[in-house]
Design a protein around this ligand. Structure first.
Ligand code: DQA
Length: 167
């Protein structure tokens, strides 16, 4: 592609992305990152993850709102209200990944594309973490890359929104 055509394409992609707004949700205990089980989750805090997400959102020219809740019902409410304001959901459901049919149903009901992320590789940990109740209603899952899981997840989510991947 000629340089001029490439530049025009890049600028139209940027314009399209600027209309995208993503809801990023941290589940329970992720507010404790940095001090919590450092041998598993490292020293990166939730604030640092949020800064990295905000920076990546800038790079992608999208908008992002980042929230954390320790409460299942509150997460369900946030997902339930997301449909009118957001085009996609980036979620680390934390321990609810393995138990919460209600969060799974909320994601499915929202009809928004969602990407599930985990700091740790849940498949290398205790057996009860090997099963995700929520992943089957997500476009995909990124697990095991620490802070980078969120960044890769955000990139994948925006990519799948733009490509209108099947859910
Ligand atoms: C986690 C993995 C979950 O099994 C655990 O309950 C968490 C964090 C992760 O990001 O690695 O709280 O979602």
């Amino acid at each position: 592609m000629k340089t001029k055509a490439r530049k025009a394409k890049a600028s139209s992609l940027q314009k399209r992305n600027s209309k995208r707004k993503i809801l990023a949700l941290h589940g329970p205990n992720l507010n404790l990152l940095g001090a919590r089980e450092v041998s598993v989750y490292g020293r990166t805090t939730m604030g640092e993850i949020n800064q990295a997400l905000a920076q990546e959102a800038k790079n992608l020219n999208i908008q992002i709102e980042i929230l954390q809740s320790n409460h299942e019902g509150e997460i369900v409410d946030l997902i339930g209200k997301a449909g009118s304001r957001f085009q996609g959901i980036l979620i680390n459901p934390a321990a609810y990944t393995h138990t919460s049919v209600v969060i799974r149903d909320a994601i499915a009901a929202s009809a928004l594309p969602a990407v599930e992320v985990h700091l740790s590789n849940i498949y290398r940990r205790e057996e009860f973490r090997h099963h995700s109740v929520t992943a089957p209603v997500c476009v995909g899952q990124v697990s095991g890359f620490g802070k980078l899981s969120y960044i890769l997840g955000l990139q994948a989510l925006v990519h799948s929104i733009n490509a209108s991947f099947p859910r």
